[in-house]
Each structure stands twice: as C-alpha cells, then as structure tokens.
Ligand binder design. Sequence first.
Ligand code: SAM
Length: 221
Amino acid sequence: MQQMWTDIDAYIDSHLIPEDPILTQTLKHTDERGFPDHLAVAANQGMLLQMLIQMNKCKRVLELGTFAAYSTMWLARALPDDGYILTIEGRDTHAALGQENIDNAKLPQKIDLKCGRAADILRALPENTEPFDFIFVDADKQSYPEYLELSLDLSHSGTVIVLDNVIRAGDILNPENHKPSIEGIRDMFIAMQNNPRILSCTALQTVGCKGHDGFALAIVK
Ligand SMILES: C[S@@+](CC[C@H](N)C(=O)[O-])C[C@H]1O[C@@H](n2cnc3c(N)ncnc32)[C@H](O)[C@@H]1O
C-alpha cells in the first residue's frame, strides 16, 4: 500500500501544488546537509496548513517543532508581509539548520526561531504576549497534552490549533504500546474531549508518502 500512497501524493502534488523555489530550496539544503526529510510535513499537508491560515486571515502563528523549517515556510507563505511566526525547536542541530533555511529564504514575514524545550519557552513568554491566530504542534508527542493546554493559554476565541502525527499507523489503539509518545497522544485525545475551552475539534487519519498518520484540529471557544 505504501507505494500506492506515495504515488498518489505525487499525483496530487503534480496537479495541485505549485512549484515554489523557496520550498524546493529548503528541502534541497536539508538533504545536502545530510538531514532526513521524513520528519517534515508532506507538500500537500503543508498546503492544507497554508489554506487553514488563509481561511482565517491569520497574522500571528506559533509552531512547536521546527526541524529544518520546511513547515515554517508553508506557514509563512500563507501570511501577509507583516505576519509573524514564533517557531520553537529543541535540538541545537535542527535549530541551526532551520535558521539557515529561514535566512536563505529571505521572506518578508518576521520568523523568530527559538531553541529550547518548547514548554519552557512558552512558559517564559512575557505575560503580555499577544495571542496567536494559528498554532501548529509538531514536537515531541509525549508532551502533547501539555502543548494543548499551553496553546489554549496562548489563544483567542477562533484560534485554530493543529496537532500533527496523532495516529502513528494505528499504534494509539494497540493496548500493548505504552511508549511515552503514544501515551502522550492518548492523553491529548482525553484532554480534548469535552474541553470547555474548545469550540469544536476532530482528528483525521491520513495516508500518503509519510505513511499512515493523522492530525487533530481544534477551534478555540
Ligand atoms: C517532526 S519534527 C518537525 C517537522 C517540521 N514541523 C516540519 O514539518 O518541517 C519534530 C521536531 O520537534 C523537535 N522537538 C522534539 N522535542 C522537542 C521539545 N521538547 N521542544 C521543542 N522541539 C522539540 C525535534 O527535535 C524535531 O526537530
């Protein structure tokens, strides 16, 4: 099945995802520096993030888990020139690569990459930090329940929160799997369920070049 999913993603991309030199350059530079590209979102997923931002006319975006800043580029592409992204990456080598890709892209939007544990950085933000319009969570999965709560604290009514990789090829249903990442995702589902701060939420399974996974979406009340 994997080959067919990959071929279908290629078909979708060839029809619906326009060539963007900045995105292509980001992947090329990441590969040249010897980093695997499987951590990054697929192009058609990046486009979905872009569309959610465009739909809501967002200007301030928060991203947890930058890696090489490929998803960051998709987020930035959706923003007006005076848009702002705070993106947080925990690993020094990834943050350095992400910063290189951001610098090379020379985008008009302000992209602030901070290196450190996402939860610590979010807790250290000044009290008067303006809420974000769109939040993309793509860092360590065991912290997803914590990231959901911190994201809600940094939201306004109508903020859209997207959490990536919440299906893990069905591992969330395997009762013998107690990895912290899987337990973190299960706890995130429980935290989302009937959450008084969430207007509506769902999760979608996806298949494609990145395998079988999915994302959860919430709109803040
Ligand atoms: C799946 S990758 C992000 C991919 C990126 N969003 C993209 O689609 O191009 C997850 C990243 O989260 C980072 N990460 C893991 N734990 C973290 C933490 N506690 N705080 C911040 N970043 C973390 C990893 O180092 C890795 O670079």
